[in-house]
Design a binder for this molecule. Structure first.
Ligand SMILES: Nc1ncnc2c1ncn2[C@@H]1O[C@H](COP(=O)(O)OP(=O)(O)OP(=O)(O)O)[C@@H](O)[C@H]1O
Length: 838
């Protein structure tokens, strides 16, 4: 039975900071002095490397000696197993309970990061030990739960071409393409196109890990013979499917293990050429990380300082681990050698600041609801389509969403409700996947298996995205043609030049989007700061009226100053983005454009370059769309937070259900279905739109209002049936299910306030048997009928279902302005079909 899940309360955790000092290497032993002393498993004493300092300098505190205290500190005689047991194992154990954990190693080149994370045969590293724990715990688990473990391994590397590109590679692919980062309001930052491999044993992952490590870019530098030139992130996802009385719950825990590249100064590594540039660029990512750590440390003390995650891909990937939903351990690795003093003190300073960082932990519980949420999101994403239609089929818990436009048909996504999506490994929610129509398409049985499909990523489903996709395809086709032609013409450089240009163009567009989002976030942060400032001013004015210079007033004033400082810092950061980042991006864009135009005027691959140019323009249009989406996601996020807080507040009052219902009724608020749900389920509270008035309706009504101008309303006709409403509130639309016992089908068209027409009774339409009045109203539908019947499901198979007993399930989809919906029920909820005309 679908039900609504209670928002799990978030717990705040502090980032756990561990320092690990490696032993002196054989080479160092002859020429360096050990200056790191660890005591009490917590304290680190860093001695002054300069032995020549006299007594006076030392007593006058001019010594460079430093002392720090951390959660744990391990000296040069410790092994990785010690670190794991004390500082990491408990966090890893939480992963199979649905909690996220991140472990990252931070330190200078040659300080022992890779040794700590990967280790050696005799001293296995944290990656290896964590994997063994996960599989051991799964083995020992006595519940009837099913587990699924998947892993991915990426590398973030700075590639230097005409411009510096930070690229992401899949280390589990033999020859990985560049992967892009995407943002999802539910999942956070995701790497699009990343392969997640299902694994059944730690050994299998270790095998993958080894092959991935062999693909990592390493170089020999003065500081380290096998210095990692890239950052590596191993992600293990454990899904636990719980079977209980009420529903299938899917708990999802994620473990991210990060081996960062070393920070070094070029002079010290004796690097030159590519290595030197690598070093400088690795440092840029690490600098961005250090800036985030600084800002996060500051934030805990001060309030809303902006955290510049967007300044690098690395920090965007690590965002969850740094402040989001994760129990995080930072392992700061240091060398004991005296000539490494500066690096060691820098690492220890950052580690010290990181102690202030707080994360907010929450179990990742997914249910049927979560998947409906995914489903809704897809629809939402598709609302930007200006032409065509969306078809959605639900069959015994299997949901398929498809889009038709022009003469193409696209499967947007598909998933089992309460189960993992079948092609989850190749897609993320909201992706548009292209399905080949050839052999079979959708089978008409209840499992709706696709016999063949080919996936192509398209982005988030906006029409412009589809256009970009089409152009991208054209581009790649052109590239293939050019490769052949160039071989004939022996113009060897051209295809690779074109490749580089198109890659850099795409990167430039993404960078622009990223900068705009950063600016938006900065404004959002300052908006909240200004609200607090307003409250503080009010409080100060009130307090001043009572007492002129009391302690409370002083506290308020000093808080006010902090907020003012934050506003100023954030404004400065915004100005810097506009001045430096936007300008650099624009300059880069102009350079690329000039290169393209020059090539066009030289008559080099005119068509290809025109397409590229057009792609760039569309990319800019996409920037706007993505920006709008980011804003919308932010609003959704804020609304959810507000709702969670309100609910917690209500529950904290200790009132019983009846009292809460009465209070809500007095305020004109309907609380949906509070019964028949497991203990951790809640109902949703929705204010009744003003047009309805403050009177509590006498029947279960479903209304929704939101902050934008769009307000949609749908009234369920079957008041008397026992409803369980499954609703995912969403900014612009939502999905609901009801367990009505009578056959239902809804058909509505939105007027200014309500759905004006509604039908009930057994009805099922395909474009072929669409009633005359509907055809008349929606002539465009007929135009799509061919695509419709070929790509969704054959009318005859639906008809078979219609001959069966009438449905016990009804559904409706709430849609934004101008869309219409028709939902169809049939036997035992075998199919539920919704057509959205866009
Ligand atoms: N605990 C340890 N015990 C023995 N040897 C160690 C230990 N830690 C590091 N080493 C050795 O120190 C050297 C440098 O270590 P490692 O490659 O792990 O450094 P790193 O911080 O990953 O460097 P980079 O950033 O350049 O990749 C290696 O030869 C490694 O075997």
């Amino acid at each position: 039975m679908p039900s609504i899940r209670a928002p799990d309360s978030k717990q705040t955790a502090t980032l756990s900071v561990v320092v690990k000092c490696r032993p002196l290497t054989e080479r160092e032993r002859h020429r360096s002095r050990d200056i790191v002393q660890v005591s009490d498993d917590k304290e680190v004493m860093l001695l002054d490397p300069d032995l020549t300092k006299d007594y006076l300098e030392r007593v006058q505190n001019r010594t460079k000696e430093r002392k720090y205290c951390f959660d744990y500190a391990f000296g040069s005689d410790s092994i990785n197993g010690d670190v794991y047991k004390k500082a990491v194992s408990s966090k890893v154990a939480g992963v199979i309970q649905g909690l996220n954990a991140t472990v990252f190693a931070y330190g200078s080149t040659g300080s022992g990061k890779t040794y700590t994370m990967v280790g050696s045969k005799g001293d296995p590293g944290l990656m290896v030990l964590s994997l063994h724990t996960i599989f051991d715990l799964i083995k020992k688990d006595t519940s009837s739960d099913d587990f699924e473990v998947t892993c991915s391994y990426i590398e973030v590397y700075n590639e230097v071409g005409n411009f510096i590109l930070v690229v992401i590679y899949d280390l589990l692919e033999k020859s990985s393409a560049h992967l892009e980062l995407r943002e999802d309001p539910e999942q956070g930052i995701v790497v699009a196109g990343l392969r997640c491999i299902k694994v059944n044993s730690a050994d299998k992952i270790l095998e993958l890990l080894n092959s991935g490590n062999s693909r990592r870019k390493t170089e020999s530098t003065e500081a380290n013979a096998t210095s990692s030139r890239s950052h590596a992130v191993l992600e293990i996802i454990v899904k636990r499917k719980q079977r209980n009385k009420y529903r299938n719950q899917v708990i999802r825990g994620k473990l991210a293990l990060v081996d960062l590249a070393g920070s070094e100064r070029a002079s010290e590594t004796n690097s030159g050429g590519q290595k030197l540039r690598d070093g400088a660029n690795i440092n840029r990512s690490l600098l961005a990380l250090a800036n985030c750590i600084n800002a996060l440390g500051k934030q805990q003390k001060k309030g809303l300082a902006y955290v510049p995650y967007r300044n690098s891909k690395l920090t965007r990937i690590l965002k969850d681990g740094l402040s989001g939903n994760s129990r995080t351990v930072m392992i700061a690795t240091v060398s004991p050698a005296d000539n490494q003093y500066h690096h060691t003190v820098n690492t220890l300073k950052y580690a010290d600041r990181a102690k202030e960082i707080k994360t907010h932990i929450q179990k990742n519980i997914g249910t049927v609801d979560t998947h409906v949420e995914d489903y809704q999101r897809m629809i939402d994403n598709l609302q930007g389509l200006r032409h065509g239609y969306v078809g959605i089929i639900v069959s015994r818990g299997f949901v398929v969403v498809s889009v038709g436009f022009g003469d193409a048909a696209v499967l947007v996504g598909s998933f089992m409700m309460g189960e993992s999506r079948p092609w989850e490994q190749s897609t993320t929610v909201g992706d548009v996947v292209l399905v080949e129509r050839s052999s079979g398409g959708l089978a008409s049985d209840s499992t709706l298996q696709f016999s063949t499909f080919a996936c192509e990523r398209l982005g988030f489903g906006y029409w412009d995205k589809i256009e970009v996709y089409r152009l991208k395809k054209e581009l790649s086709e052109k590239e293939t043609q050019l490769t052949v032609k160039s071989a004939e013409k022996t113009v060897e450089d051209e295809p690779s030049w074109l490749n580089v240009i198109s890659r850099e163009t795409s990167e430039n567009v993404h960078e622009r989007i990223n900068i705009q989002k950063a600016l938006f976030e900065l404004e959002e942060t300052n908006l909240r700061n200004r609200i607090e400032l307003q409250h503080l001013d009010d409080a100060i004015a009130k307090e001043q009226a009572v007492e002129k210079d009391g302690a409370v007033l002083q506290v308020l004033r000093s808080r006010r100053q902090i907020i003012l400082d934050n506003i100023r810092d954030n404004d400065e950061a915004g100005a810097n983005y506009r001045k430096v980042e936007v300008e650099a991006n624009e300059k880069h864009r102009c350079q690329l454009q000039d290169m393209i135009e020059e090539a066009i005027s030289n008559n080099t691959n005119k068509t290809y370059l025109r397409i590229l140019s057009q792609y760039r323009l569309l990319g800019m249009a996409n920037t706007e769309l993505q920006f709008e989406m980011a804003m919308r996601d932010q609003i959704i996020h804020n609304q959810r937070e507000a709702q969670r807080n309100l609910w917690n507040l209500i529950m904290g009052l200790g009132l019983d259900q009846k009292q809460i219902m009465e209070l809500a009724a007095m305020q004109g608020i309907t609380i949906e279905d509070w019964t028949a749900t497991p203990s951790n389920s809640i109902s949703h509270i929705k204010p009744i739109p003003t047009s309805v008035g403050n009177k509590l309706p006498s029947c279960p009504s479903i209304e929704h209002s939101y902050s934008t101008s769009r307000v949609f309303q749908h009234q369920e006709k079957h008041w008397n049936s026992p409803h369980t409403v499954c609703r995912e509130e969403h900014h612009s639309s939502y999905f609901l299910m009801s367990h009505s016992h009578s056959p239902t089908a809804y058909l509505g068209m939105r007027s200014s306030e309500h759905w004006v027409s509604e039908r009930s009774g057994p009805c099922f339409y395909t474009p072929e048997n669409l009633p005359q009045d509907l055809r008349h109203s929606y002539p465009e539908m007929r135009g799509q009928s061919k695509v419709w019947s070929e790509n969704c499901i054959s009318p005859s198979s639906f008809q078979e279902d219609l001959d069966q007993p009438k449905p016990d399930f009804g559904a409706a989809i709430r849609l934004p302005d101008g869309l219409w919906t028709e939902s169809l029920g049939s036997a035992s909820w075998r199919y539920h079909l919704v057509v959205l005309k866009l």
